[in-house]
Design a protein around this ligand. Structure first.
Ligand code: ADP
Length: 334
């Protein structure tokens, strides 16, 4: 399971690195953000100073880390990668900040999950390229000001709204990454197939793209699994028939739903007559934690128009009934 999860599995990092575009020109789709970033970077390069701090928002797997790497590559500067949850004490952050070289890019993933003291330290670094490191405790504590080399912060968050106001205000550029259209994922899949040395027909790519939940990370992962199937059970070529058969083995249906997503819809329709039903009751029915149902399944089910969140609880849409091959009751509006 987890084949259509938008989060990267730890063992996937090498496979992902192979497929990461290295330059802005190779980054597929997201034309608006790309054009805006290009202007920001070229403007800064002309002036010979680091660009403003960059905030990237968007769901997991849409390319935020990749863009941070591209920013450093385009500028020809060093890159440090960390994440909000990894910075436990402000001292950890001070150590990173004071070790940056002139112009470096510092990428902080999940920046909305950084502890408050670290966040406050980051403010002064972003604004004045200076941090105050407090040494000692109680009345004898002293703040030692340390200089930080001018750098560019690239922050990533799943939702810009999760950031505190003062944090958001310190970014000179905010870019939002949207889910990808199936046609864009087809282009991405052909590029990945070229890199992996797999032969994919246009119909094969269409089949995979349609089940990838608008997410490059999922598209690339499905391609790798379909390639296994093509090599072991077929002649190595990924066409529509091979893609369909492979994804059936992995329990990914034609909308990209996996077993848990379908279990949620089946429970909603069969056990609760289509709802409304409360989240925790629904979670018990599928044997999962409410958090998992809410954060892993629901965002996509809602986006795909299969599930609605109402004040009275979760409701299956007419589309959900039809996707399960049932006739929606007359009371369910389409
Ligand atoms: P995020 O940081 O938003 O979770 P990543 O940047 O790690 O996502 O991207 C996940 C995977 O998808 C990587 O392997 C990356 O190469 C690929 N990817 C994401 N966006 C694009 C894109 N626009 N073009 C090509 N590959 C992409």
């Amino acid at each position: 399971d987890g084949l259509v999860s938008a989060y990267a599995a730890p063992e996937e990092s090498d496979a992902e690195a192979t497929l990461r575009p290295k330059r802005l020109s190779e980054f597929i789709a997201q034309h608006r953000v790309r054009e805006q970033l290009e202007l920001l970077l070229h403007g800064a390069m002309r002036r010979g100073s680091p660009p403003d701090h960059i905030l990237l928002s968007g769901s997991p797997g849409l390319g935020k880390t990749t863009l941070a790497m591209i920013v450093s590559a385009e500028l020809g500067v060093g890159l440090r990668l960390t994440s909000g949850p990894a910075i436990e004490r402000s001292g950890d952050l001070a150590a990173i900040l004071t070790s940056l070289s002139h112009g470096d890019v510092l990428f902080i993933d999940e920046i909305h999950r950084m502890a408050r003291p670290a966040e406050e330290l980051l403010y002064s670094a972003m604004e004045d390229f200076r941090v105050d490191v407090v040494v000692g405790k109680g009345p004898g504590a002293t703040a030692i000001p340390l200089d930080v080399e001018p750098f560019t912060l690239v922050g990533a968050t799943t939702r810009a709204g999760l950031l505190t106001g003062p944090m958001r205000d310190r970014f000179g550029f905010v870019g939002h990454l949207d889910f990808y259209e199936p046609a864009e994922l087809e282009v991405l899949l052909h590029r990945s197939a070229r890199i992996l040395g797999v032969q994919v027909t246009p119909e094969g790519a269409t089949e995979i793209a349609g089940r990838s939940r608008g997410t490059p990370r999922i598209a690339n992962r499905l391609l790798r699994r379909v390639r296994d199937f093509a090599e072991v059970r077929a002649d190595g070529v990924v066409d529509a028939t091979v893609a369909k058969a492979a994804l059936r083995v992995y329990d990914v249906d034609d909308l990209g739903l996996d077993r848990l997503d379908r279990a949620v819809l089946v429970a909603l329709v069969d056990s609760f007559g289509g709802g409304p039903v409360g989240l925790s009751t629904l979670a018990v029915a599928v044997g999962e934690q409410p958090d998992t149902v809410e954060e892993v399944c629901e965002p996509f089910l809602v986006r795909a128009g299969l599930l609605a969140r109402t004040p009275r609880g979760r409701v299956a849409t007419a589309g959900a009934w039809r996707h399960l091959g049932r006739k929606p009751p007359a009371t369910v509006s389409s």
